[in-house]
Each structure stands twice: as structure tokens, then as C-alpha cells.
Design a protein around this ligand. Structure first.
Ligand SMILES: [Zn+2]
Length: 461
């Protein structure tokens, strides 16, 4: 059955994504918006991306419009740009030559994270009409990211909240096509189009008050619940990454039984398939914790005042935990497999693992040295300066680190490897200790110890 656009009544059929493609939405509809309105409402996806793009990259979400996940680009103090994808930091490819005319018709040294990245970049310059010639190539060195990442995220601004209303309206139209064309929703449509102010239509909800009905096996990253109350008031609640949660009051609909429909979305699903990318939980007469504009303001002020954990740090922590667990599992398996092998094989495995953990080891070094400087503000200036050298970036070096930092890192790696061996010998190498080694105080101490021993020995007596 062909449908008409819920906003203007012209024929629908734009194949819009129900949940935005950029957030891993895999389902499309041809029954909600006309082409023109679908295109115009694309600004809402842009607003959501502006706030949440980093999390997409950290989770490895592939947009439905792309073949692979899009990394998040960050620029560090030295001006170098990095790509973040899942828990990997890679040097970002140079900007296109059309944006850097100063490099055209001359030779320059450019950094790439890999040969593949170079060929890909060169190919895309060729498509732009430039000929790239490789004169020489230096040994590939791992790049270190000397962070920290500064995320500037805008939550809860007018655009973000309008985008939440757009999502809610789209899902209401999906589940209740007739109701979506009723006059009781006119006001929210004007709001979604940007023609009415937000007022109290969209509010924050404390994520701890929301109960999920989804089974543990389905990995729900987002959800959208549409609620029709007795009497016809309709709402939608949208939750991103398990921690950013808002309710929108959509308006009044008639002739629909009270119901609650939640769509759980797994944004890392590769394609649309039953129980893979979405699960729908439909409950006649059901209700959820909708909160209210007043409670929303209270929640926000508690977040700002630090009384409640910040939802963004909660999401980052959950992502870190997920990456860490995967890492620990892989390392454990390789160490277990190596057990019983000859000594040199075991040592090679250990060296390999430690090299792969270079970035984490550098992070330990960075944290440890920074805290040491912070705690000892009375250190003489020359000592401070030399300590700072141990973690100093250098954008001209292939590794991105100063010579002193690279030497310290190598020492730190040895300390890290020794700690793994020690734990293994004492039968203390568990998933828990491995986690503390990769991302906790145990690892930080192990890395710092030999570095500071060296440092002390180098000081004039
Ligand atoms: Zn339209």
C-alpha cells in the first residue's frame, strides 16, 4: 500500500532509515516521508552525529551507507591528527592535496599509519588529478598517541533535542501509520521542522530508572520506545549507548489502544536479520518510566553538580571495559597456548604481546610521570623539565615521541614484560590481574619502576 508523507501528504517512498544509518540503523521504510522531507530532516542526523560520533567510532559502528566503520578524527597539541577506531589510535592520512596547495609540485615528508593507508591516499589524490610519486620510504614505526583526547560534545542543545523528537515521530509513524497523520501531532511536526520552539517537549531521563526487557544475548546499543497512554497522549523515549536517555511528548492520538513498543537496536549488527539488528518488545497497556520535564531538570543539575555519574563518562567506561575484556581474553589465550612450549617460543610470544600493548604502556608512563610531576610541585625546574621529556611528543619523529620518551617507553616495556613473567611464575596471572596490568595501577607501577630507576641513576650525585 502506498503511503503519503506524514508531514505534507505528498507521496512517500524515500526509503528513509528508521534509525539513522550513521548509527548502524539497518531498516528502511518507504511509508513515512516524501523525498523532500526525508532530505530536509537529514539535519537531525547531523546534530546527533555532532554529539555522538566519537562513540560510534569507539564502538566500531558501520554506517549503513558505508562499507567500513568511520574513524573519529582528533587533533593533538602538536597539530598531528589521529584516527580513533575502537581502541586503536592511528595517524590520520594527510589532508587531500587540493586542501594543501603548499605541498603541490614539491617533495615533502608525510606520515602514514601503514602502506595500505599510503596507497589509498595516493589513489584518491590521483582521482583528484594529482600525481603522487614516492621518492623514499622510511622504516615503518609504530605511532604513539600522546593524547589526551578532548571531546567537545554538545548534548541537550536545541538541535539535539529536535533530533530526538524526529526519531520519536518516525517510530510512531512506523508503528501507528494512521495515528501519525492525525491533527494531534501537528505541533510536534512543526517542532521537528524547526518552526516551533522546544519548550518542555523533550526532557532528560535518569538512565538508572529505565528497565530493559531485552535478553542478555542481544547486544542493544540504543532503543526507541513509543508509548500510547490511556486517553491518547503519546510519547517516545530514546536511549543512546545505554546512558543518554530522553523522553519526548509527541501529542495526542485517537483510536489507538494503550501500548508500549520498544525497538532495541544493535548498532554493530552487520545487516538486517531477525533478532540480529533489532528486537521489538510490544506490550499492550504497558508503561515505562517517562519522567517529566521537572525530573529531567533535576537529573541534569545532579549530573552537572557531580551527584550522579556523568552519562558520557559512563559510556566511555563501558566502552573501555569492553575493549579491555576483549584484549585480556586474547592475551590470556596466547599465553596459555604458549605454556609448555620451549622457552624461546614463550619469550617471543611475550615480546609480541608487549609490543602490541605499546600504546597502553605509553599511557601508563604518561599517567605515572604526569602524576609524579603534579604531586611534587617543589621539584627543581631542571628535574621537572627532564621528567617532562620522558613523555614528550615530537611530531617530527616517525614514532611521534621524543628520543627520551621512546627510550623510556622501551624501558617501560621491559618492566611490563617482567611483571607478566613474575605473575605467571607465581600462578597469579588471572583475568583480573591482567586487567590491572593493562589498565590499572599494577601496570602503571610495573612500567614506571625501571624508568624511574634509570632516571635516578642519571641524576648527578
Ligand atoms: Zn513531505
Amino acid at each position: 500500500m502506498s503511503r503519503k508523507c506524514i508531514i505534507c501528504g505528498k507521496p512517500a517512498g524515500s526509503r528513509e532509515h528508521l534509525f539513522p544509518a550513521a548509527f548502524g540503523g539497518r531498516r528502511v521504510s518507504k511509508k513515512i516521508y516524501c523525498e523532500a522531507h526525508n532530505n530536509a530532516l537529514g539535519i537531525h542526523v547531523v546534530a546527533l552525529l555532532e554529539a555522538l560520533e566519537y562513540f560510534n567510532a569507539a564502538l566500531g559502528v558501520r554506517s549503513d551507507h558505508r562499507r567500513s566503520p568511520k574513524p573519529y578524527e582528533v587533533e593533538v597539541e602538536t597539530g598531528e591528527r589521529f584516527h580513533v577506531l575502537r581502541d586503536q589510535f592511528d595517524i590520520a592520512p594527510p589532508r587531500p592535496l587540493r586542501e594543501t596547495p603548499e605541498l603541490v609540485e614539491r617533495s615533502a615528508t608525510l606520515k602514514f599509519s601503514s602502506k595500505e593507508q599510503f596507497y589509498e591516499w595516493a589513489e584518491s589524490q590521483r582521482r583528484d588529478g594529482y600525481k603522487v610519486q614516492k621518492i623514499s620510504e622510511s622504516k615503518f614505526e609504530k605511532q604513539y598517541f600522546s593524547g589526551p583526547i578532548k571531546l567537545s560534545m554538545e548534548f541537550g542543545n536545541e538541535e539535539f533535542r529536535r533530533a530526538i523528537a524526529y526519531l520519536g515521530l518516525t517510530y510512531l509513524a512506523h508503528y501507528y501509520p494512521d495515528a501519525a497523520r492525525q491533527s494531534g501531532l501537528e505541533s510536534i511536526k512543526l517542532y521537528v521542522l524547526g518552526e516551533e520552539p522546544v519548550e518542555d517537549r523533550v526532557w532528560w531521563v535518569d538512565p538508572h530508572k529505565i528497565t530493559s526487557c531485552v535478553s542478555g544475548e542481544f547486544k542493544a546499543t540504543h532503543f526507541v520506545t513509543v508509548v500510547i497512554e490511556e486517553g491518547g497522549n503519546s510519547y517516545a523515549q530514546v536511549g543512546f549507548f545505554g546512558n543518554l536517555c530522553l523522553t519526548v511528548s509527541l501529542g495526542s492520538v485517537q483510536g489507538v489502544k494503550p501500548e508500549c513498543v520498544t525497538t532495541y537496536i544493535n548498532s554493530t549488527a552487520e545487516s538486517a536479520a531477525p533478532d540480529i539488528d533489532v528486537i521489538v518488545d510490544r506490550e499492550l497497556g504497558g508503561g515505562i518510566h517517562l519522567g517529566s520535564p521537572e525530573q529531567g531538570k533535576e537529573y541534569l543539575s545532579k549530573v552537572i553538580g557531580g551527584e550522579i555519574a556523568h552519562p558520557v563518562s559512563q559510556i566511555l567506561k563501558a566502552l573501555d571495559d569492553e575493549h579491555l575484556n576483549a584484549e585480556v581474553e586474547g592475551i590470556r589465550r596466547r599465553l596459555d597456548d604458549a605454556q609448555g612450549q620451549p622457552k624461546d617460543v614463550r619469550e617471543n610470544v611475550l615480546v609480541e604481546i608487549v609490543d602490541e600493548q605499546g600504546q597502553r604502556i605509553f599511557n601508563h608512563l604518561h599517567t605515572g610521570i604526569s602524576e609524579l610531576i603534579e604531586r611534587n610541585r617543589d621539584f627543581p625546574a631542571h628535574i621537572r623539565a627532564r621528567l617532562e621529556e620522558l613523555i614528550a611528543p615530537d611530531s617530527d619523529s616517525p614514532s611521534g615521541l621524543s628520543d627520551a620518551a621512546l627510550t623510556a617507553l622501551e624501558r617501560g616495556k621491559i618492566g611490563f614484560a617482567n611483571e607478566i613473567s613474575r605473575l605467571q611464575e607465581n600462578g597469579q596471572l588471572t583475568d583480573e590481574t591482567l586487567k590491572l596490568l593493562l589498565a590499572g595501577g599494577l601496570g602503571c607501577a610495573a612500567v614506571l619502576r625501571p624508568v624511574l630507576d634509570d632516571f635516578q641513576a642519571s641524576l648527578p650525585q
